[in-house]
Design a protein around this ligand. Structure first.
Ligand SMILES: *Cc1c(COP(=O)(O)O)cnc(C)c1O
Length: 355
């Protein structure tokens, strides 16, 4: 089997560190990149040894299949520093396994798990000074794989590249998010690639999302592709709805991405004694609840923002406002998750991994 230890990974250091010029007090989300990246090539039928090299441009042939057939997958995760400078990841094996689930669906060769984990640990060791310490900040980690092999023939490439790039980021703040429940366009379909973190899933969302923005909404709530009667995701986040005191979310399927945050929200809610139901949620049920006052909260869940509260939604030319709650489930659950991620609270679930 392919296996590697982080100490076997060669490091080629940059001579032009940007660390001193980086303003860690005013970081946006995913706009500044650290000095080094991990790279690893697949060729001759195997994943070659990963290396760490300066973050910089990569050179590809115009016939590289990523440009033509979109074989491209990614992950999103974060590293946190506690007040003593210790570094933590949050449920990282979930990301490793999901990358390979996505790889399989896109006919990309699966990556040995320790190339990812040991590679990431080695990279974080080199880049530890890039992990922000400021409250709410973190180091956003973007692992991705794409087809570098050449050919205009529509078939899987014979060469790929795995990269991990890092972006020190401030708190992700979307502000008040008004969403539009979408009935025409779909994010994913039965038997499709919706459960994979495939680049093309995002490309397909941009146009309908732009149309929603033109109408004054910030984001789209996707519904199922056949009946458009059930909600599925909020933009590129999983979606939760609170009706009275019950927290509802859709079951995962081949159309819905199995989010690490979604799983964590469900677990924390259970731990807090909040009633949860994982079942299909009808748009008509939400509209009804909004009309009779039973709809208390809606929020998106994903790594970037952890939880992103929704302030209102539009459906068929009607707008509905959500109440502003003092002690919302959204804020209670977010605090519990962030405190575990940043080593401010006990971690009864064993989610935190020190690196
Ligand atoms: C990444 C992603 C999520 C959130 O997943 P996390 O593991 O919680 O970050 C949800 N939906 C879609 C479509 C995604 O791409």
């Amino acid at each position: 089997m392919n296996s590697i230890n982080k100490n076997d990974i060669k490091v080629f250091r940059t001579e032009n560190s940007k660390l001193d010029q980086t303003d860690f007090e005013n970081l946006a989300f995913g706009q500044v990149f650290s000095d080094h990246m991990l790279t690893c090539d697949f060729k001759d039928g195997i994943w070659q040894k990963p290396i760490i090299e300066p973050y910089g441009p990569i050179s590809l042939m115009p016939s590289a299949k990523i440009f033509h057939y979109g074989q491209s997958i990614f992950e999103g995760m974060k590293a946190y520093k506690d007040k003593d400078g210790k570094v933590f990841l949050f449920r990282p094996m979930e990301n490793v396994k999901r990358l390979n689930k996505s790889a399989k669906r896109l006919a990309i060769p699966e990556l040995p798990e320790d190339f990812f984990m040991e590679g990431l640990k080695a990279l974080l060791e080199v880049e530890k000074d890039w992990i922000p310490e400021k409250e709410g900040s973190s180091l956003y980690i973007r692992p991705f794989v794409f087809a570098t092999g050449e050919g205009f023939h529509a078939s899987p490439a014979n060469q790929y590249k795995f990269i991990i790039a890092l972006a020190p980021s401030g708190a992700y703040f979307a502000g008040k998010v008004k969403v539009l429940i979408e009935e025409k366009y779909s994010r994913s379909a039965n038997g499709g690639v919706g459960y994979a973190k495939a680049g093309g899933n995002y490309a397909g969302q941009f146009y309908p999302t732009q149309l929603a923005k033109d109408k004054g909404y910030q984001q789209v709530i996707w519904t199922d592709d056949t009946s458009h009667e059930y909600i599925e995701e909020a933009g590129a986040m999983n979606v939760f709805v609170r009706i009275k005191d019950t927290l509802l979310t859709s079951p995962t399927s081949d159309r819905i991405l199995d989010g690490v945050t979604r799983k964590s929200v469900l677990k924390i809610a259970e731990d807090e004694g909040i009633k949860t139901e994982v079942r299909k949620v009808k748009v008509s049920e939400i509209v009804e609840a909004a009309k009779n006052g039973d709809l208390k909260e809606m929020f998106g869940a994903g790594t970037a923002a952890v939880i992103s509260p929704i302030s209102g939604f539009g459906f068929r030319d009607e707008d509905f406002e959500l109440p502003e709650l003092e002690n919302s489930y959204a804020m209670r659950i977010k605090k519990r998750i962030v405190d575990i991620q940043t080593n401010k609270a006990e971690d009864p679930f064993g989610w935190r991994v020190q690196v």
